[in-house]
Design a protein. Sequence first.
Length: 159
Amino acid sequence: MSKPTGVNDKLRIMPATRTERFPAYRTLFRMWAARPTNRTFARNIGILLLVGIVFSLTTDRFLTVENLTNVLRQVSFVGITSCAVTLVMVAGGLDLSVGSVVAIAGVVAAKFAADVGWPLGAAFGMGILAGAVFGSLNAFLVVGLRINPVISTLGTLYM
């Protein structure tokens, strides 16, 4: 029989008894921890947990529902934007203008809601439309004119 190469092969030949299974799990963990990206991930999660523990011990308002809701609300646009940037990165591109496009979409939506007096749904639609226009401009520059993505998005970053 050939030597197991992957995690699935190691799991398939894992011993059945509990006392024999522990060294096999330890081997699988060592294989996982040997990858540099997994070590970085584990280090970042450890730092995040340490910061959470320190803040929860030093202040009484850190683990309240209001604070956690506020943190999630503040981070939500970063999460939504990162979903779109992930698609660009997987395709092999690089978009430097993401932050400015999100900012201009927010400003357009706020202007239409506050200054013009439009309903929120229509104002948000105008913000989405503004973001789509700048995104389409970036797409035209990169795909249509074949300009380097770094150069074209750096240019639209300052529009």
